[in-house]
Design a protein around this ligand. Structure first.
Ligand code: SF4
Length: 162
């Protein structure tokens, strides 16, 4: 697990980005192959992450990796507490497709607490460096709540939804 504070790389505006270890999608051309190994990180508690997130009044939150859905119970607990204890939005990146997540009871437990899901594996042959927040056009930006990030001060509008 690695935490980057006040980054602008993972979603609109300032964000606290949590990069988890572990991903079995193994997409060719992955931007972060060192994150594939579940043991290539250090363990932190939900409370430790929550304390870091809550200490920053300005930043919203992003979950990335690796793939947070390989630790779905822990990220669900973290996301639930973020929603209960703050008004921050949560973006989450995953190599699973939206349909795969919806079809899996365990994976879908995280969805109610996310605002935006960026779903699907990176496909090297389709790489497009002009896309916002994703590497290939098959990856879908899916709004799960009514609250678009572009209503939050300091963020940029996003209109692309596939
Ligand atoms: S899902 Fe993301 S982290 Fe996992 S292999 Fe694909 S691009 Fe890399």
């Amino acid at each position: 697990m690695e935490v980057i504070e006040q980054t602008m790389a993972d979603g609109p505006g300032f964000r606290t980005s949590i990069y988890c270890a572990g991903c079995h999608h193994h997409c060719p051309g992955c931007h972060n192959p060192q994150s594939w190994d579940m043991n290539n990180g250090h363990w932190v508690t939900v409370q430790e992450l929550l304390d870091i997130i809550k200490a920053d009044d300005l930043s919203n939150v992003s979950f990335s990796g690796g793939d947070p859905f390989y630790q779905v119970e822990a990220f669900t607990e973290l996301a639930r507490r973020i929603k209960e204890e703050t008004d921050k939005t949560i973006w989450c990146w995953t190599g699973f497709t939206y349909e795969e997540i919806l079809a899996d009871k365990k994976l879908s437990m995280l969805l109610p607490y996310l605002d935006v899901l960026v779903a699907g594996p990176f496909i090297l042959e389709q790489r497009d460096t002009h896309l916002l927040f994703r590497g290939s056009p098959n990856q879908r930006i899916i709004y799960l709540t009514e609250k678009p990030d572009d209503t939050i001060p300091g963020t940029v509008p996003l209109i692309e939804i596939k």
